[in-house]
Design a protein around this ligand. Structure first.
Ligand SMILES: Cc1cc2nc3c(=O)[nH]c(=O)nc-3n(C[C@H](O)[C@H](O)[C@H](O)COP(=O)(O)OP(=O)(O)OC[C@H]3O[C@@H](n4cnc5c(N)ncnc54)[C@H](O)[C@@H]3O)c2cc1C
Length: 495
């Protein structure tokens, strides 16, 4: 149906599913309405509850507790699951609470100071707090995913997260939701210790049980120091395939024209700025040193968003994207990444590959400015004499990414951008700029666990989960993995 009609129905009736179909020149909205026993649509103000609210138990005097390392989506949703089961969660988070964290992020955005313990990756809510807050996943486990959405809604996310195909919260709303989750955990008797890095040497004996008993390890994929300590403690780790590349930014108006077929602004106001999802396979190339082809794809596209400095280490430059709930900045950014394989490297050697790329990017720009090149110049191997306006607050400096990116990444990206332009002519333009490096799109390391018990293969009672364990990627799938880890720990405690 037309966006106008959809808007009218959406403000009158309960919606169970909404998606945008932009394949044809006429933009369509697919809307599924909730109906009653007589097949009539249910009015928006119906007293029927949206879902059964969760029940959290008072655990102040609970006999059993579970330690959780890291307060990202995986750790926080694990804690909520423990409260539902009447078990006390005790969380250790190396970063600060969300309000204090905001101050450190403001300093970083102004290129004034970097706090290695409080940044876009570390602190309450994890990497998901100052993010785009896209809440969708490629996971097929929709039933459980709905539970994650309901919990987000319960703690303050808008109704749209319950039915939007590509639900989105926004970095202006996420901190309040995270604060509400914290207040719920504390009010029910859970503990949260900020500014406390869980020390592996002290708490994880070689091949033994963690000193605090059942421990959920939800550290995200940026804590390289913790990965190294885990390796030293003999925890089973392996290198896994991941993806690295750059972040590209176009004017949003250009992306709207390309992907929404030159719609009038009044239509875009109804459906929101256009986003895209691109993928191509580039053939093998001996100069790239690759015998197999590589997937090149867009990742974490942020319409109306900003590019942000997402490193967790001094001397490294990492970029990522975020947006506010209205997604109304004049820029559209997305990671464009190349699939990479460890090719026999150990987990720690593979981390070193990622770190070398991030340090090179830092060297190219210095401070937290990012090295940048106009998109067409990058693909044609030319220096950019000037750079366009860009949303990246610490600033960008001209750099020859075409020359210093490793061939397996740089050349695959050049080919990928040409392919994208063939499908969407105009995508490859010097109005767009690329920034380096988008290196943390997924974890390069897996903390290997038993698929049934979810315990570390080397350490009983240690439950690695979330993005850092290499079994999830993104906010919702990490949250879901945290729920599963907590359920596995509870099951084990009850045996
Ligand atoms: C800028 C940005 C934008 C993003 N946008 C999106 C998006 O729109 N949608 C989406 O789905 N995903 C997005 N992501 C990815 C998403 O945030 C992650 O996939 C998700 O947060 C992973 O959850 P997690 O709980 O596994 O780990 P994390 O969120 O990384 O949390 C891990 C936590 O563990 C803590 N920690 C680490 N080591 C220790 C230790 N030794 N002791 C104590 N604490 C420790 C860290 O401080 C951190 O708070 C974005 C990421 C970034 C950086």
């Amino acid at each position: 149906m037309s966006p106008e009609k959809a808007k009218e129905l959406e403000s009158t009736y309960r919606v169970v599913r909404r998606s945008i179909d932009a394949r044809q020149r006429m933009l369509k909205v697919n809307l599924t309405l909730l109906t009653d026993d007589h097949d009539q649509p249910v009015p928006i103000d119906s007293p029927i509850p949206l879902y059964t609210p969760p029940v959290f138990h008072d655990v102040h005097h609970a006999k059993q507790s579970v330690t959780i390392v890291g307060a990202g989506p995986a750790g926080l949703f694990a804690a909520l699951t423990l409260l539902e089961q009447g078990i006390r969660p005790i969380i250790y988070e190396r970063g600060k609470d969300v309000s204090e964290r905001k101050k450190d992020i403001a300093l970083l955005n102004r290129n004034e100071a970097f706090n290695p313990e409080s940044n876009y990756c570390f602190g309450e809510g994890g990497a998901g707090t100052f993010s785009d807050g896209k809440l969708f996943s490629r996971s097929k486990k929709r039933g459980n995913m709905q539970h994650v959405m309901e919990l987000f809604h319960y703690f303050g996310a808008p109704d749209t997260v319950l039915y939007e195909a590509h639900a989105h919260i926004g970095s202006d709303k996420l901190p309040t939701i995270i604060k509400n989750i914290r207040e719920c955990i504390l009010a029910h008797g859970g503990e949260i210790h900020f500014g406390q890095r869980w020390q592996i040497q002290e708490r994880l004996p070689l091949r033994g049980k963690p000193t605090e008993g059942a421990t959920i390890l939800s550290i995200g994929h940026s804590a390289h120091d913790t990965y190294r300590e885990l390796a030293a403690a003999g925890v089973a780790l392996e290198a896994k395939g991941c993806a690295m590349g750059v972040r590209v930014e176009h004017p949003q108006a250009l992306i709207n024209d390309l992907f929404y077929h030159h719609q009038h602004q009044s239509v875009i106001d109804l459906v929101g700025n256009a986003s895209y999802s691109l993928v191509t396979q580039v053939p093998p190339s001996p100069t790239r040193g690759s015998r197999k082809g590589s997937g090149v794809y867009s990742f974490c596209m942020c319409p109306g968003g900003h590019i942000v400095p997402a490193t967790s280490e001094q001397g490294a430059c990492v970029v990522n994207g975020m947006s506010a709930s209205h997604r109304n900045s004049p820029y559209a950014n997305s990671g464009i990444v190349v699939e990479l394989h460890p090719d026999g490297r150990t987990a720690i050697e593979w981390l070193a590959y990622q770190e070398a790329l991030e340090r090179e990017a830092f060297q190219q720009a210095q401070g937290f400015s990012a090295p940048a090149q106009r998109l067409r110049d990058f693909v044609e191997g030319k220096a950019s004499q000037t750079l366009p306006a860009c949303s990246y607050l610490p600033g960008i400096v001209p750099s020859r990414l075409d020359q210093w990116l490793p061939a397996e990444i740089g050349q695959a990206l050049q080919q990928g951008f040409r392919d994208f332009d063939r499908k969407y002519p105009g995508f490859l333009t010097n109005e767009a700029v690329i920034l380096g490096v988008e290196s943390r799109s997924s974890s390069p390391v897996r903390i290997v666990r038993d698929p049934e018990t979810m315990q570390s293969l080397s350490h009983p009672w240690l439950y690695p989960c979330g993005e850092g364990a290499g079994y999830a990627g993104g906010i919702t799938s990490s949250a879901l993995d945290g729920i599963h880890a907590a359920e596995a720990a509870v099951k084990n405690l009850k045996i």
